[in-house]
Design a binder for this molecule. Structure first.
Ligand SMILES: [Mn+2]
Length: 196
């Protein structure tokens, strides 16, 4: 259903960054997410790892339900911000949702080159959950969805070339729009299969 690439640069080159990505293919679809653990270092990494574990355990559940599950799981941590997308190849839709500062961008591969931005809600999963609202959009083969942590400038949108490979896009975004003051992670996914 998806081809994807991630590029990351932990702050100061430390091995234990607080940013994580998750991509899980399921029957007839896929789940993709980027998580940024609150703060830096081991505590941030721990919160992000726990959220990733929840997503990998329940990849077929709705993004809404997954964020609620993560909220319960992360209560004893410093929390995390995250954005996630559930791709449904049978219905040719994607449902996405974000809590806190992880950007989401959808760039169409065909027709009028339109761009749609995820509107994340302010909050921290595990600490303070906002009223959740998931948006469902039609999606087609060749469409590209990009998630990035706040260590990456939102100017990343200029690098999302629908004709370039996901790896090239991810590397360009990190090189040109990664900030040196925070962990930086970008996940580039493109729909390629199913009825999508
Ligand atoms: Mn961050």
């Amino acid at each position: 259903v998806l081809v994807w690439s991630a590029a990351a640069r932990p702050l100061n080159g430390t091995a234990e960054g607080g940013d994580l990505h998750v991509v899980v293919e399921v029957d007839g679809g896929a789940l993709a997410a980027v998580i940024d653990g609150a703060g830096h270092g081991a505590e941030a990494a721990e919160a992000a790892a726990q959220a990733a574990e929840v997503l990998r355990a329940f990849p077929t559940e709705s993004p809404l339900r997954l964020v609620r599950r993560c909220h319960e799981r992360l209560r004893l941590t410093r929390g995390a911000v995250m954005s996630l997308a559930s791709f449904d190849a049978q219905r040719s839709v994607v449902t996405w949702l974000g809590v806190g500062d992880v950007s989401g961008t959808l760039v169409r591969g065909r027709g009028v080159g339109s761009t749609t931005f995820l509107l994340p809600r302010a909050g921290v999963v595990g600490v303070r959950l906002p009223t959740l609202f998931a948006q469902t959009l039609p999606i087609a083969r060749g469409d590209t969805v990009v998630f990035a942590t706040d260590g990456v400038s939102t100017a990343l949108v200029y690098e999302i070339d629908p004709t370039a490979s996901t790896q090239i896009i991810a590397e360009r975004i990190l090189a040109r729009h990664g900030r040196s003051v925070d962990d930086a992670l970008v996940l580039v996914t493109r729909c390629v299969g199913g009825r999508i």
